[in-house]
Design a protein around this ligand. Sequence first.
Ligand code: PMP
Length: 431
Amino acid sequence: MQHSNEEISTIRRRHLGRNLSLSYREPLKIVRGEGQYLFDEVGNRYLDLVNNVCHVGHCHPHVVEAGRRQMGLLNTNTRYLHDHLAEYLLQLTDRLPEPLSVCFLVCTGTEANDLALRLARAHTQSREIIVLEHAYHGHSPSLIEIGTYKCEGPGGEGLADHAHKVSCPDPYRGPYRGEDSGERYAEDVAQAVEVIQGTGKRVGAFLAESLLGCGGQIVPPSGFFERAYAAVREAGGVVIADEVQVGFGRVGTHLWAFESHGVVPDIVTLGKPIGNGHPLAAVVTTPEIAASFDTGMEYFNTFGGNPVSCAIGLAVLEVIEGERLQARAHELGKRFKAGLDELAARHELIGDVRGLGLFLGVELVTDLESREPAAGAADRVVDLMKGRGFLLSTDGPDHNVIKIKPPMVLSAEDVDATVESFDNVLGEVTG
Ligand code: PMP
């Protein structure tokens, strides 16, 4: 059954919850994906620069085959012994630093973070949590009420009483921008610890993405995590790294983005790229925290860790390593950033170019001095780039950051073509 684009839009309006927007002024009908490319219904090809879920490329044959083969053999829950589950647990924990060695396999990033909150509460006997401004960690009530991206945005009901917000460690737009900004943002975390203790409560957790996605592709300044983690741990709290967007080699230098900050969390949550589009996610923690959570109440997840998910998760790890995708993210990330930096030197619309590996952000401003966000221009750039076959999107609290987080099978030619088109489109927008 095929529907025209207008029919699909009408059906969506009538039968799909309305609070779900479509990308682009003229929405795309995408019917096929291959590697870093998406194809519409008439065969136009688009370079996907924004989907960090299809990490090893859309429809990677090795991943597809692993899923197909296992679907034809068995898919059931984790109450049976299964080789794939055992192998996946070994492979995943082998790639994480000690003492992160106990896994909970779930289906979405939201489930992973929600479970991470439960683990932290069980271990510390406290709900008090410190979160970064502009952060998003998922769509369950437990995460909406601590994620300011949502609870302080349209339709939001504000931050929960047990959540304590600290400044987003954004060295470009945040309150601290100097050499010592890492230290100063960490002082805010230490202050939040004091505020919690001042009310006679215990510190529960500090939850932060290792690089912020929805916050605007932010790389927290050096020293921030080391000091923030120390302050929270000193007070008896646990630290949770949300690597749902940035894990699995995207940052290029390391497999996990927290490693690029020289820290190891007590709990890490993984999602999006872990299954290359298949709904798989994970929480990995220490034996001590896992023991605190073992209260007698079972933790059972109908779909989490099923044999198909584990087959796919294993195949994703094999492709990341077999195709040296982390090294590729490192090399192509450098190439991309150099190209964008060169554009920034010529286009006054670009206020900042930042990121690690293939997790990049280009912040557009109307004035380099005042750093006034150029949200309208960012939207136009994204639409014009789409017209040229490059799919991008915007994010950040001011919607003026163009985010770049493509499948990691991108080529050098793709990078160069993107930078060239970006150059032309910026000229068109300002000219
Ligand atoms: N954490 C982060 C950092 C995310 O970006 C997202 C999704 N955008 C989530 C958690 C939630 O993941 P999911 O949509 O798979 O529930």
